[in-house]
Each structure stands twice: as structure tokens, then as C-alpha cells.
Design a protein around this ligand. Sequence first.
Ligand code: SAM
Length: 280
Amino acid sequence: MKRNKSFSGTPFYLVATPIGNLEEFSPRAVNVLRSVDFICAEDTRTSAVLLNHFGIKKELISVHKFNEQSKLELILNKLKNGEKGAFISDAGYPLISDPGHPLVKALIANDFSVSVINGPSALLPALIGSALDTETFTFIGFLKGNNKDVLNTLKRYKSYKDTLIIYEAPHRVVKTIATIYTVFAERKLVIARELSKLHEEYIYTSLAEFSANPPTDLKGEIVLVIEGNKDEENNDLADLLDKVELLISNENMSVKKATSVVALLYNVSKNKLYNAYLKR
Ligand code: SAM
């Protein structure tokens, strides 16, 4: 067990930055960045605009997903020499679909403490403005990989009852929603666009309605918020059918045998399961 009190020494700061309106950058965030010796930034040119706006002039170290491993030693050495540091990404929280995770792991492993300076992120405003269930939610972030990877990821989340949150680039959004529709079938969909900016918009629709007639003007930054799976009976049935499928493909069982085994194990009607499998 390791208990790090953030302020028993000087922590390394993880600072959220505005996703739109600069007034969302808190006085605390500004003061913290003024107090450190160096700032690690995902894109030093992007961050320079923000920092200049707030009159913050510090040594900037570029730390992005392609070099973050190789910068660890430099940053740890600076901290060991008593320098104070912070990390910011281009917008929102670092580490949330942004770099920083290897650095935080290395800081903790090397007995430095961290402190997170709260601020804007696209995830929560998208969720709470969506009017979808906020009780439990799952943040998927970007759907990564090729088409097959995306399909596999979606299949993994298909039975989740939680509201699902996905980040997407505007040029891919129509295709992505079409793919989600093929896997999830009909569900409520909310598109949160340009949050905290002039053209902020929430589009309340459904996967079917959107796919039938996708708007052509979806520019800017986009978060997709998708209703969780509310179809409990079918959901459970789909899980059982997946198990039947596994027994057939991995154990070479007949459909009859596999449905009988799963029905017995999960206490459901074997005829219902058998018929559902045939109709699949
Ligand atoms: N670190 C950021 C955060 O905390 O939300 C996320 C960075 S990720 C590289 C960029 C993605 O976040 C965008 O493609 C979009 O899905 C979402 N995003 C960021 N800013 C946004 C905004 N103002 N409105 C809507 N979505 C936004």
C-alpha cells in the first residue's frame, strides 16, 4: 500500500485546460501553472496560445503519445533536482483520450505525488446534457483500430446497461454511427457538439433516425452519448446464445446438446433456447 499526501511535498500537477471557452480555466489552474518551473504539453504550440493568453511563461517540454516514454527520464531527473512541474494536454483532462498515463505511472513508481487541478472535459458535459441515464455510464473514448476492431469493441459493449460515451472525429461520425446501429440496433443517441464553444449543440435523436437521414453539417468536435441496453430479457437471452455458440464452436457440440447444457446451467427452458438459437 502506498499513501501519497499530495501536499506533504510539492506534487506534480495534472491540469485540465479549456475545451472551448477560456473563462473555464480556473484561477487555481492559472496560479498552479505560474508556480511551476516547467510545463509538459502535448503540443507546445497549441499550449503556448493558452499560456500566453494568461501571461504564463515557462519552459515547455513536448510530451505526446509518440515520445512520452522517452521523455520520462528527463522529467523525473528534473523533479529529482527539485524542479516543480505540471502536465497539460491540448484540451480537457490530460490522460482522457490524451497522453500522460506512462508519466503518471512513472511518477507514482518513483515516489512523487500528483495533484489533479480540476477543470473542463468533454465527457461529463456531454453526458449530463444528454438527458440519458447518468446513474452508471461507461466511457469508451475513441473506437480504435480497423473496422473489425471497431465491431469487436461494439459487440463487447452491446449488452451494457450503462449509458455509453464515445469520442469521434467529425469526418468519421456518420460512418461510425451507421456501424454502431448495425451492432446495437435502435437506441437513443445524443450528439454533443462544440461544447463550451459558440456553436455548442446537443442533437437528441436515435441510431435509426440519424442513420436514415444523417445531417450534412456536423462539423467541429463531437461526443456521442448512447443509451445503454434496456432490453433485459433479450439481453440475457443474447448472452446465453453466445454461450451456446461457444459450446458448438469450441466443443463441437450439436445445437441440441449445447442448448440443453446452457439451459440446465442457467435454469431456462431448453426449448425456448433451442428455438431462439434456430431463429438467430
Ligand atoms: N482530453 C479531452 C477531454 O478531457 O475531454 C479529450 C481529448 S480527445 C484527443 C479529443 C476529443 O474529445 C474530440 O475528438 C471530441 O470527441 C472530444 N472533445 C474535445 N473537446 C470537445 C468539445 N469542445 N466539444 C465536443 N467534444 C469535444
